[in-house]
Design a protein around this ligand. Structure first.
Ligand SMILES: [Ca+2]
Length: 469
């Protein structure tokens, strides 16, 4: 592995490093092309050196021995500088190391361009020798010809560049498949989050131009209809785009979101409010959760949650979201019963839930007219856990005489560049300044709700999870 690290890095593969491995490094000359008289930097070589960092001015590369967020590492490089002999063209000059795959929390990092700033006056092909301070010699060449395209030498993503995203294979997919995603102009050389309908499904590493591609899993039983893909970087840059799923699972329409209360067979009053309380299971926020009493003494299965919808509805579906961020208390089986008065229960319906941190939609029989729903949780996903938890349970249905609610498809918002990126307005024909519409502010009034059964959880950084069932 010590030898493979440099090769993986050169291939732009990600891997974790460890201070127990003394990482080898590898370097090679890279022929460049420039134009006569052009000012700027030319790339002469590439260095792959896991576990190292460049100095802020790029003059040297050293092993990361500082204990901070990205830990420490060991490398055969303790400190490295480089110089190039440009011969009669310019003599010996220092080489600058420029990060191409920066070391970070989730990557061993340490891929660099070796660049020199020089202006060639004549056309021709010039042999170049780069000397590393550890004795290695790299041979390459610079070809100088008229009309040669410029090499990017500064930050590739400008502060005003808007991220873009596209679906090269089309924006319509089936459930239990993958969405082909390609994006540009996000933060270079970093991890960006991939979300569907506000649920994070993985992370992707961007390249030196802030671009990347990913096959995003669209889970079995993702509801039919429009969904929102969002890719968001750590610096606030993001891009969103709506795509369409075709599946046999109907969209979750007519959600009952107001006037809903709940009572539970027990509550964990030792959780930080509002968590632990029955009300947190129906507060509209999937990030707050009800939890059964788990000590003094622990309450055991079956657990019940009785939901009062506030009035009678013809119920059509239930959406279940487990507690987010913690698999404890996931429920495996439950029974639904329905009542108009809270004392006489009918329409018993057993339900088996998947072990998932993503929403599950359960269709209900048409005859489920009810104001009250009693959820009797019968068994846990983890047989060793006597307790239960719910992030959010939502019912869908129509009150007597009401028509279907208008469907709210998700809206793709646009990242707003910094204020200084606004173009100075041209004077309008009347002589008054034209008002520039802030085209980049998020649209207001979006009522998009997460409708995806989405995919299995993954905190693995290097690739998105396989499609889950
Ligand atoms: Ca909640």
């Amino acid at each position: 592995m010590a030898d493979d690290g440099a090769r993986l890095l050169a291939m732009q593969s990600n891997f974790y490093d460890t201070p127990e491995v003394t990482w080898a490094s590898d370097a090679a000359g890279t022929p460049s092309v420039t134009a006569p008289g052009r000012h700027g930097e030319v790339t002469l070589a590439t260095l792959a050196a896991p576990g190292t960092k460049a100095s802020p001015d790029g003059s040297s590369v050293t092993v990361d021995s500082i204990t901070d967020a990205d830990g420490t590492s060991a490398s055969t490089i303790s400190s490295l500088t480089a110089s190039v002999d440009l011969g009669a063209e310019g003599g010996v000059q220092k080489v600058r190391f420029v990060d191409q795959h920066r070391r970070g929390l989730l990557t061993a990092g340490g891929l660099y361009d070796l660049r020199v700033s020089h202006t060639w006056s004549h056309t021709g092909t010039f042999p170049i020798t780069v000397k590393l301070s550890d004795g290695r010699v790299l041979v390459t060449s610079v070809t100088v010809r008229d009309g040669a395209p410029a090499q990017p030498t500064g930050p590739v993503v400008g502060p005003c560049d808007k991220p873009t995203v596209s679906f090269p294979s089309g924006s319509s997919v089936r459930d239990d498949s993958r969405l082909d995603v390609s994006f540009t102009h996000l933060t270079p050389n970093t991890w960006v989050d991939v979300l569907i309908d506000d649920t994070k499904i993985g992370t992707v590493h961007t390249d030196a131009t802030g671009s990347g591609t990913q096959d995003v899993p669209i889970t079995y039983q993702t509801p039919s209809g429009a969904h929102l893909l969002r890719i968001a970087g750590p610096d606030g840059r993001f891009v969103e785009k709506v795509f369409t799923v075709t599946s046999k699972t109907p969209p979750f329409l007519n959600a009952i979101t107001s006037g809903v209360t709940a009572k539970a067979s027990s509550e964990a009053s030792n959780e930080t409010a509002p968590n632990g309380r029955a009300s947190a299971a129906v507060d509209g926020n999937p990030n707050t959760f009800w939890h059964s009493r788990w000590e003094a003494p622990v309450a055991t299965y079956p657990h019940t949650l009785t939901v009062d919808l506030g009035r009678e509805y013809a119920l059509s579906a239930m959406r279940w979201v487990s507690r987010r961020g913690n698999p404890n208390g996931r429920v495996k089986t439950l029974v639904l019963e329905f009542s108009t008065d809270g004392s006489h229960w009918t329409g018993r319906q057993p339900v088996a839930l998947p072990s998932s941190s993503y929403p599950t939609i359960v269709s209900l029989p048409k005859q489920a007219d009810a104001r009250y729903v009693r959820i009797t949780m019968a068994s846990p996903q983890d047989a060793s856990q006597p307790f239960a938890a719910i992030g959010e349970v939502t019912f869908a249905g129509l009150a007597n005489g009401h028509a279907d609610q208008p469907r709210h498809d998700p809206t793709a918002h646009t990242w707003a560049p910094p204020a200084h990126c606004q173009v100075t307005p041209e004077p309008s024909p009347t002589g008054r300044p034209t008002t520039i519409q802030p085209t980049a502010t998020p649209a207001s009034g979006s009522t998009a709700t997460p409708t995806g059964t989405a995919s299995q959880a993954s905190t693995r950084p290097t690739r998105l999870p396989a499609t889950g069932r």
